[in-house]
Design a protein around this ligand. Structure first.
Ligand code: SAM
Length: 284
């Protein structure tokens, strides 16, 4: 039989113990269902040698599941009370694994250094910052090869959306710069305490090389932001400010082999890279 994970009663007792009331601003919705923890860990496809980066361990239920599956867990938590309690929780429930946990008290949007290079990201993310956290970590830690994150279901759809689909937008294209993302399931509201008002979704990703381009990531992301800031306009119009004028925008688009009357939502990340590169070459 698998070692026990937290149930709802344990989670509530632990919360009472550390005297925390979950706060909305930090997206504190804790998983209180062992089956959901096992489902997330299984979907993450972790190898026994992996170092998992967990963002927002909270009361630690997913952390315990990850310690069962991987060699090491580095947990980044912004809440000092929760970060402070985590080592004791792990010592109580997985004493033999306590030495394999590092707790880093920090904002995942700002973290630049970790005690071990992580190979996988597995997290039930704070929903209000989920997309910037994922992008920041993929940018900062090239050792991250793959991952599985739980986010708002709608955000999961956006991250995994292919070009041309209704939910395709800035998160989809920027995520595609680093990785290929696919949706790995939906999670109901009743497995959380407190229960959120909307469903959650699982997203799996695998890192891939960004498109080959002489433009920098910042230059490519600037085109993406400009193209989607005015979603309904043609690219020629939407990119006029970015390029300097509609004529320069049209020229960059033609040089990149993109129809100037198309809209950004049909382009893949490689096309955005070509546009950034065309503008760069023209300006050089
Ligand atoms: N992993 C736990 C679970 O599944 O029950 C908690 C998940 S809860 C949705 C999000 C967690 O992220 C909370 O513990 C919260 O304090 C933490 N958090 C919120 N913003 C953060 C940030 N910017 N950096 C690191 N952790 C953050």
């Amino acid at each position: 039989t698998p070692a026990p994970l937290f149930g709802a009663a344990d989670i509530r007792r632990l919360a009472a113990d550390v005297d925390i009331r979950p706060t909305k601003t930090l997206g504190q919705n804790f998983v209180i269902d062992g089956n959901t923890i096992r489902r997330i860990v299984a979907a993450a496809n972790l190898g026994p040698d992996e170092t998992v980066l967990e963002v927002g361990p909270g009361l630690g239920s997913l952390t315990l599941g990850l310690l069962d599956a991987a060699e090491r867990v580095v947990a980044v938590e912004i809440d000092p009370v929760l970060a402070g309690k985590l080592p004791a929780t792990v010592a109580q429930w997985r004493p033999e694994r306590a030495a394999s946990l590092d707790v880093v008290l920090q904002d995942a949007l700002r973290v630049t250094e970790l005690p071990h290079p992580p190979t996988a990201l597995v997290a039930n993310l704070p929903y209000n910052v989920a997309v910037p956290v994922v992008l920041n970590l993929l940018e900062r830690f090239p050792s991250l090869r793959h991952g599985l994150v739980m986010v708002q279901d709608e955000v999961a759809d956006r991250l995994a959306a292919p070009p041309g689909s209704k939910t395709y937008g800035v998160p989809s294209v920027k995520a595609a710069w680093y990785s290929s993302m696919t949706k790995a399931g939906v999670v109901g509201m009743n497995v959380f305490w407190p229960a959120p008002k909307i469903a959650s979704g699982l997203v799996r990703f695998t890192r891939r090389e960004p498109p080959a381009t002489s433009a920098s990531r910042e230059q490519v992301f600037a085109v993406i932001d400009a193209a989607f800031a005015q979603r309904r306009k043609t690219l020629r119009a939407a990119l006029a400010g970015w390029a300097g004028s509609p004529v320069l925008a049209e020229q960059a688009l033609r040089d990149a082999g993109v129809d100037p009357t198309a809209r950004g939502e049909v382009l893949d990340v490689a096309a955005f890279a070509r546009i950034a590169e065309a503008r760069r070459d023209a300006a050089a």
